[in-house]
Design a protein around this ligand. Structure first.
Ligand code: 4ZY
Length: 320
């Protein structure tokens, strides 16, 4: 870990947008218009969302991916992994609050929670709003993501300050395989896209490991891509989850303006045991003002997140 901090200090440079012309070829930083960051990926061919760059704050290469932080003109600081926007200061609340509170508000008194991925710490910050939670384990593969978040995104990385958190830097698949069976009330999988280090987190054996680690009636919420771009991926996830999770299996979605197509989805499943109705939140979030008010999540948006456009509803129901 200390090695990573040194690496960050060594490669950190103060760059202005004028420098960007020569940065266009840099891995993980693709700009089609000078002074702009454009998100180009085979995961969304033929389109590229762009943000105006004011200053590049950090560029590094970890053992797993390229890591970039830049100051944008309108979305605050932005974290980019392998050329894909992971969070912006302006809209991170939507993703972090929804991926966390959709599962945790669906079961009474969650106590033991596992986060896979989520190295920026934002999901931890949200889990901590639940006073019933006694233990939060997090397994993030890339130590550089944790260090960069602590340095550039303190309001997100604040999640690491809670004594209930146990951070493990390592492979989430191996961590789950070594976890005791039936040990977690909830597992939250905050992954990047299924190319690169997160690929295995979308595959059937991973979902089997999650189900094994959950107690009866325990819940999982995984990042499950965009209905506009990735219906085929979603259909595969749904088909696998229906085979593995014998409680409920539901798809929900929300808006995140800086994610591809402006939306992102979540797969929510429960294991056999006490029934879970994900559409009806039953566990309130504590009104602890020291953590600041929720910016995005509320009980109405929780239930609404499960209402799908007809094309997505048909495709998902066909997997029943
Ligand atoms: N970690 C959340 C996330 C997932 C997918 C994409 C961006 C952010 N593309």
């Amino acid at each position: 870990m200390a090695e990573n901090v040194g690496e960050i200090a060594a490669i950190e440079k103060q760059k202005t947008s004028e420098d960007l012309g020569e940065e266009t070829a840099a891995p993980g930083m693709s700009a089609i218009i000078p002074g702009w960051f454009s998100e180009i990926s085979p995961m969304w061919p033929g389109e590229a969302h762009s943000l105006k760059v004011e200053q590049i704050l950090f560029q590094g290469k970890s053992d797993y991916q390229n890591v970039v932080v830049f100051q944008s003109a309108t979305y605050g600081k932005v974290l980019v992994l392998d050329g894909v926007i992971q969070l912006t200061e302006r809209d991170e609340c939507a993703y972090q609050e929804m991926i966390t509170h959709l599962p945790l508000c669906s079961i009474p008194n969650p106590k033991k929670v596992l986060v896979i991925g989520g190295g920026d710490g934002g999901v931890l910050r949200e889990v901590e709003r639940h006073s019933s939670v006694e233990q939060i384990d997090i397994c993030e593969i890339d130590g550089m993501v944790v260090e960069v978040s602590k340095k550039f995104f303190p309001e997100v990385a604040v999640g690491y300050d809670d004594p209930r958190v146990n951070l493990h830097i390592g492979d989430g698949v191996a961590f789950l395989n070594n976890a005791a069976g039936a040990s977690y009330d909830a597992v939250i999988v905050d992954s990047s896209d299924p190319i690169g280090p997160a690929k295995e987190l979308f595959e059937k054996p991973f979902f089997e490991s999650v189900a094994r680690a959950l107690r009866p009636g325990g819940v999982v919420c995984t990042q499950a891509e965009s209905i506009w771009l990735h219906m085929h991926i979603i259909e595969d996830i749904v088909a696998n989850c229906r085979q593995i999770f014998k409680g409920s299996v539901n798809y929900a979605w929300t808006t995140v303006p800086t994610y591809p197509s402006g939306v992102i989805g979540f797969m929510l499943c429960s294991t056999e045991g006490p029934a879970v109705d994900f559409k009806l939140p039953l566990n309130p979030i504590d009104e602890d003002q020291s953590k600041g008010p929720l910016k995005f999540y509320n009980a109405e948006i929780h239930s609404a997140a499960f209402c799908l456009p007809s094309f997505a509803k048909r495709a998902i129901e066909a997997k029943n």
